[in-house]
Design a binder for this molecule. Structure first.
Ligand code: 5GP
Length: 110
């Protein structure tokens, strides 16, 4: 059975897709934590960072984040987050990066 993010990528579940290439797809988070909050998911159903290999689709996540940040006008900066596992706050076992921006982000995160 495909993951929610695969269903979003395949347009089986509606979302606001803002970026696509051969490896990853970016769409607006349904519960945004900043004025700009985009989820960038791998087309491949990699379960998370813990399953990342030396080369593959996941290598494209940061490049896609940079392109989306430019498109979104985040010249003042932004944050990239990948939650891994229970303690990391991961809720969907499909590798994805959060791009957050459009406001001053505090540190450390909660
Ligand atoms: P995680 O907690 O796994 O790092 O991130 C999952 C993210 O997916 C959350 O920020 C959550 O708001 C977002 N999300 C969950 N369901 C949907 C959905 O149906 N559509 C969209 N666009 N985002 C979703």
């Amino acid at each position: 059975m495909s993951t929610l993010f695969t269903k979003i990528i395949n347009r089986e579940v509606p979302s606001d897709i803002v970026y696509e290439d051969d490896f990853v797809v970016g769409f607006r988070d349904i519960n945004p934590q900043a004025p700009v909050h985009i989820v960038i998911a791998t087309r491949a159903e990699i379960t998370g960072v813990a399953a990342v290999e030396e080369s593959g689709d996941q290598q494209h996540l940061i490049y896609a984040a940079r392109k989306i940040a430019e498109n979104e006008g985040l010249e003042k900066g932004y944050r990239l987050v990948i939650n891994q596992g229970e303690d990391g706050g991961q809720t969907f076992d499909h590798l994805h990066m959060h791009l957050l921006g459009g406001r001053k982000l505090s540190w450390p995160p909660g």
